[in-house]
Design a protein around this ligand. Structure first.
Ligand code: AVJ
Length: 329
């Protein structure tokens, strides 16, 4: 039954994704003070494709560091996770860097791999990319992270442990308290013997960070501006993209790189499907994403705060980045 080419996909169950998008856009753009959009909305088909390009830019070393660590240490990581195991990956993206760890786990057992993704296109890419791995079955879940994880946990067999992959420093999109809160919720879904492999981008010189989030080709700018284009496409809005510019700045208190979209002039915009007309002052920004950066020791503390134990850590020297293995004791 579980031969290569055996895929399944569990589709979204949300009432109406466009209504949800409209409500979130409305809430974020009408708040007093800093206007804000949720970073998860950067990843529609265009945004996901642009992120794939970002991940191969010379200035953005994060994805390559993640991939190097997973490739170099796959056997050792797999050695920490005795079978039988089911693997759940949160935000699998294209799934390219996951191959090494899955292959290492497959060497001694048959495994089930459950990518959990809100983007159906990314899920399809991931299944194409990894569908050739023998003795592995793939079942994709088009779900929010914790909803998907709950479903995967409910499907596990007796005696099967769960390995959760949360790679690429996606955790960095949460601010520090929210990251711990999220991991605590995850911990409640897990059981003793389960584990979490967490990728965290580490602190590095500010100019290097700013270059990574404001590349000279303008791919990151396009990635950011696509959020306005998406609002135009899906909510019939009339954002003039030329009237906004991409900004990356380092926030030293939060230790994060923030992406903003800055209005070049005083202007007003209508978003019919969100029932919204709003005005922007010149230089006013919409905050679209934060990428938090961590010290080497921080994951050990985060693990404890969330009810895990950080059992091992692997660090890339070329682009400081850490894979952290959290276990539930
Ligand atoms: C995929 C969330 C890890 O924060 O570095 C890349 C997204 N944003 N360039 C990151 C991103 C701008 C990326 N993550």
């Amino acid at each position: 039954m579980n031969h290569k080419g055996h895929f399944m996909l569990t589709h979204a169950i949300t009432a109406d994704p466009v209504l949800e998008f409209a409500a979130d856009v409305r809430a974020g753009l009408t708040r007093s003070g800093q206007k804000e959009l949720l970073s998860k909305y950067l990843y529609d088909d265009v945004g996901s494709a642009l992120f794939e390009v970002i991940s191969v830019l010379p200035q953005y070393g994060l994805t390559r560091a993640d991939e190097r660590l997973l490739r170099r240490h796959a056997d050792e990581i797999a050695g920490h996770v005795p079978g039988p195991v089911a693997v759940a990956e949160l935000g699998s993206g294209s799934g390219k860097k996951t191959r090494w760890i899955l292959k290492a786990l497959c060497r001694c057992q048959h495994i089930s791999y459950f990518p959990i993704e809100i983007s159906p296109t990314a899920l399809a890419m991931c299944q194409r990319e990894l569908g050739d791995i023998e003795s592995m079955s793939i079942v994709g879940f088009e779900r929010e992270y914790l909803d998907g994880l709950r479903e995967v946990a409910a499907r596990r067999r007796d005696g099967q442990s769960l390995l959760v992959l949360f790679l690429g420093s996606t955790i960095g999109n949460f601010d520090r308290p929210a990251a711990t809160g999220f991991l605590r919720k995850m911990r409640r879904i897990l059981r003793p013997g389960d584990s979490l492999l967490l990728g965290t981008d580490l602190e590095k010189p500010i100019p290097q960070l700013l270059a990574a989030y404001d590349d000279p080709l303008g791919v990151t700018a396009a990635f950011n501006l696509n959020l306005l284009a998406r609002i135009n496409r899906e909510l019939d809005a009339d954002f003039i993209l030329e009237q906004f510019e991409h900004v990356a700045r380092f926030n030293p208190e939060a230790r994060s790189v923030e992406m903003h979209l800055r209005s070049k002039t005083n202007q007003s915009v209508t978003i019919p499907r969100a029932g919204l007309t709003l005005s922007f002052r010149e230089a006013e920004t919409i905050w679209t994403e934060s990428s938090h950066k961590y010290s080497r020791s921080e994951p050990f503390q985060i693990a404890r705060d969330a009810g895990f134990f950080c059992k091992a850590q692997w660090i890339d020297q070329e682009w400081p980045f850490a894979e952290n293995l959290f276990v539930v004791e």
